[in-house]
Design a protein around this ligand. Structure first.
Ligand code: GDP
Ligand code: GDP
Length: 469
């Protein structure tokens, strides 16, 4: 499971600055869902081999009243959902009563917490820290988020426990025997350095594994209704599994001989009945579900305009590289002119995700729901398809023959060979000279060429370039 890191601290200590460093603002998702504070931000970050979700909890100072209390509660909820808390203080301002109030709260949570003293650029870090020992912590980390100083060292420490559990599963590179049944993800297979033949067998096994399918979407789009519809179908065999309140529920099921694990972000199985009040929506839970899924089923409400939240969730799914199927729900009882308007809005705003199948369904009546599985299976198979080096190189060659790469600094860019660099999403690594400098338009051309030639549907493709000079 991808770790979740929460940034906590009073306003102005540098949380946003650190957040932007970690996520490179690339895919920050600003939570603007009903019932959540506006200034809470979620991002997906990558630092060397670590991937994690980072939340900027917004400012809390432990002394809120009224509306602010509500906001603070939201921040505190984020702390509950986090695996690691980075408690930030301002090394220039020194210790404040707000810091002490937050520290007292964190102590009562017993979460792994790192005290981060920020803004130590241009001042004596050790003496700036002296004050903060009063907070009763075991260790402090000095950083200057604005200068990216100390950030990598801090994150290495904070994320170390999660990296270790990853390594255990990839042992065996030194030639010892690997049990293929231990390799349950694409990453594990890739990391195990298997022979072509063993990798083939491991992939075949994986293809026969349950497809992890996450049903995501903003509140009220119909996730619970769809989940109930799927689970209520006679042809579906559902196994009951206990769940915690913190994470999505994983529901193993079977349909037409294919096994699935449905990742239920709406908490349907947790509710005794639908009217039971359960916190309706958790961004973190949704982001984790995306990371852990093979295929993301994004639900959009046909009766609402496509919102920034829909696009944010879509952006997260795209950045994670997961396969994607889009379902436009509540398609029942709409007039034809409304349907036409919805379709043209989809074309206009979702045109850029041309690889994903779009279904028009009614979760309430079950219309179109059965066909979703076809696209889910297609997307999964596209994402995990094994493609040989010779095939990838041949396609690259054809693309190059059809349309030559441009000249760069008077020299023609030349693509030499290609091989696979990963699956779910499929990654193609292309070697050649000056390939790093290819313009975006040519990269997109290659991507589309691969997609068409390999008939990949439902999954994004990534191309990495390795310059030989
Ligand atoms: P937040 O309210 O906790 O999110 O704080 P911000 O990230 O908005 O930062 C508050 C102020 O501190 C801004 O003016 C930042 O430019 C400044 N700041 C953040 N990090 C550093 C740092 O490492 N060094 C210095 N000198 N200033 C910083
Ligand atoms: P969630 O918050 O995404 O889990 O959404 P729910 O499944 O709770 O649905 C929100 C509301 O939309 C409920 O009142 C549902 O009855 C309604 N709804 C869900 N699916 C459909 C549908 O296909 N058609 C219509 N007309 N209403 C639907």
């Amino acid at each position: 499971m991808i770790p979740v890191v929460a940034l906590v601290g009073r306003p102005n200590v540098g949380k946003s600055t650190l957040f932007n460093r970690l996520t490179r603002t690339r895919d920050a998702l600003v939570a603007d869902f009903p019932g959540l504070t506006r200034d809470r931000k979620y991002g997906r970050a990558q630092l060397e081999e670590h991937e994690f979700i980072v939340i900027d909890t917004g400012g809390i100072d432990g002394t809120e009243e009224g509306v602010e209390t509500k906001m603070a509660e939201q921040s505190l909820a984020a702390i509950e959902e986090a695996d690691v808390v980075l408690f930030m203080v301002d090394g220039r301002a020194g210790l404040t009563s707000s810091d002490e109030a937050i520290a007292a709260h964190l102590r009562s949570r017993e979460k792994p917490t790192f005290l981060v003293v920020n803004k130590i650029d241009g001042i004596d870090g050790d003496s700036a820290c002296a004050d903060f020992w009063k907070l009763g912590v075991d260790a402090m980390y000095q950083i200057a988020a604005a200068q990216n100083r100390g950030v990598t060292a801090l994150m290495e420490r904070a994320l170390a426990p999660f990296a270790e559990s990853l390594k255990e599963t990839t042992e065996g590179e030194d030639g010892e025997l690997i049990d293929l049944t231990d390799l349950n993800t694409v990453e594990e297979i890739e990391n195990a350095n298997l022979s072509e033949e063993d990798a083939e067998a491991a992939y075949k096994r994986l293809q026969e594994q349950p497809i992890k399918m996450a049903i995501i979407g903003r509140p009220n789009v119909g996730k619970s209704t769809l989940t109930n519809r799927i689970l209520g179908e006679e042809r579906v065999v559902v196994y009951d599994m206990p769940g915690t309140t913190r994470d999505s529920i994983y529901i193993p099921m079977e349909r037409d001989g294919q096994e699935y694990v449905l990742i239920d972000t709406a908490g349907v199985r947790r509710r005794k009945n639908m009217s039971m009040a359960v916190e309706k929506f958790s961004v973190i839970q949704t982001l984790k579900a995306i990371e852990d899924a093979n295929v993301v089923l994004l639900i959009i409400d046909a009766r609402e305009n496509i919102s920034d939240q829909d696009l944010s969730l879509l952006g997260f799914a795209l950045n994670s590289g997961r396969s994607l199927v889009i379902a436009v729900n509540k398609w029942d009882g709409l007039d034809n002119d409304v349907k036409d308007r919805v379709k043209s809005e989809l074309d206009r705003r979702l045109g850029f995700v041309d690889f994903a199948r779009i279904h028009f369904i009614s979760a309430l009546h079950g219309t179109g729901v059965g066909h979703l599985y076809e696209s889910v299976i297609e997307a999964y198979q596209s994402a995990t398809k094994r493609i040989s080096t010779s095939m990838l190189t041949r396609i690259m060659q054809m693309a190059q023959d059809d349309h030559q790469p441009p000249m760069i600094r008077g020299r023609r860019v030349k693509l030499k060979y290609a091989h696979a660099g990963g699956y779910n999403p499929p990654i193609v690594v292309i070697h050649g000279n000056q390939v790093n400098e290819l313009p975006g338009s040519y990269k997109r051309y290659l991507m589309n060429y691969y997609r068409k030639s390999l008939e990949l549907m439902g999954t994004p493709i990534r191309i990495l370039f390795q310059s030989s000079d």
